[in-house]
Design a binder for this molecule. Structure first.
Ligand code: NAD
Length: 324
């Protein structure tokens, strides 16, 4: 059995814990949250030991994988503390709030000979995997241009309102746009775009509005990405519209439809009919299970985490550091 511990059991931490509970070869040995009430029930249900101090948990427990799902500003500190004690670590995105800090996290993994993976979930999201495949295999011809979007109400429900604090969350660029930017970099092969143009409309002082509209140009291919927290009840919506030589491929947050040049559009089967509810403001998906399963499998088999390259991930943070 793989011994897993989770630190930070809020909205996303619960999604991760639920994913581990579906894995027969995983035992959740410990949970840690600074708010004890958040883990009382889960510890009782799973038999996990309960902690409010991550250092005590790491020092006391035998752990194969530590999953860091705390607010973003402490991912680095916790990840390095655990890796220096020879524990494999996965963190939620972002790895850290600047490129150098992310490099420090990778360096800690190398010097300790442990595995590290950031949970960039779109790489495990069937609708985005289908798009990556279509681009790589030129299923509908060459990619011409694309539009990604990830917009919704500002998450004013986070612990201690940390999400609304630039120093602790990095706001929309680090919290929301990073999903699409990471996927765009991955889809385009990991190299830096030739041109970057960012427009941002933000007011976090008297409102909760942070709206990013970015254009990334790779050779002759133009990719737009929009991400927003609105000061409105607008529901969370994410998707893409990708223009290939021979078809448009569209994900509207529910289904992926292909519109060829000369016949009616048809919906692609993503095999999602049994996908589980996340319990938060996201569509039903097994993507979180898939990413954590991938990491667990690679830890068990002692195989490299080769689904994402360090340079792709640090280039993403370099872009955010320098353009937002
Ligand atoms: N991949 C995704 O789709 C996705 C979606 C939402 C959030 N996230 C990421 O997940 C992480 C957590 O976000 P969230 O929405 O769950 O936030 P949240 O505020 O709902 O939960 C954070 C939890 O961490 C706990 N916490 C705070 N400081 C701690 C500490 N020092 N030690 C232990 N516990 C601590 C809080 O009590 C809270 O329960 C963030 O990094 C965020 O970027 C990812």
């Amino acid at each position: 059995m793989l011994k897993v511990a989770v630190v930070g059991v809020g909205g996303m931490g619960n999604v991760h814990v639920n994913a581990y509970r579906r894995m027969d070869d995983v035992k959740i040995v410990a949970l840690c949250d600074v708010v004890e009430e958040k883990i009382n029930d889960l510890c009782a249900q799973t038999g996990a030991a309960k902690y409010t101090d991550y250092k005590k948990m790491i020092d006391n427990e035998e752990i194969d994988i530590l999953d860091v799902v705390t607010p973003s500003y402490i991912h680095k500190e916790i990840a390095i503390y655990a890796m220096d004690r020879k524990i494999n670590v996965t963190t939620e995105k972002p790895i850290a709030l600047c490129e150098q800090d992310a490099k420090d996290v990778f360096e800690a993994a190398y010097r300790n000979g442990v595995k590290f993976m950031v949970a960039h979930v779109l790489r495990f999201w069937p609708e985005y995997q289908a798009l990556k495949k279509a681009v790589d295999e030129k299923t509908y011809g060459e990619l011409i241009d694309a539009r990604f979007f990830r917009i919704g109400r500002a998450p004013k429900w986070s612990w201690d309102n940390w999400m609304m604090d630039k120093e602790r969350s990095g706001l929309v660029p680090f919290d929301l746009h990073i999903h699409d930017l990471d996927f765009i970099m991955y889809m385009m092969g990991g190299n830096m775009p030739d041109k970057i143009n960012v427009n941002r409309v933000t007011n976090m002082e008297t409102s909760t509005m942070d709206h990013v509209m970015a254009t990334y140009v790779f050779g002759d291919k133009v990719i737009n990405a929009e991400a927003a927290w609105f000061d409105s009840t607008y529901p969370f919506t994410a998707g893409y519209l990708v223009h290939f030589e021979n078809a448009i491929m569209e994900y509207n947050g529910k289904t992926v439809t292909v519109y060829p040049r000369d016949k009616e559009g048809y919906v692609l089967d993503m095999g999602n009919e049994n996908a589980q509810a996340t319990g938060i403001n996201l569509p039903d998906t097994d993507a979180y299970y898939n990413e954590l399963r991938y990491f667990a499998d690679h830890v068990k088999a002692n195989e490299p985490i080769d689904c994402m390259k360090e340079a792709e991930l640090t280039n993403v943070l370099n872009i955010i550091d320098n353009h937002f």
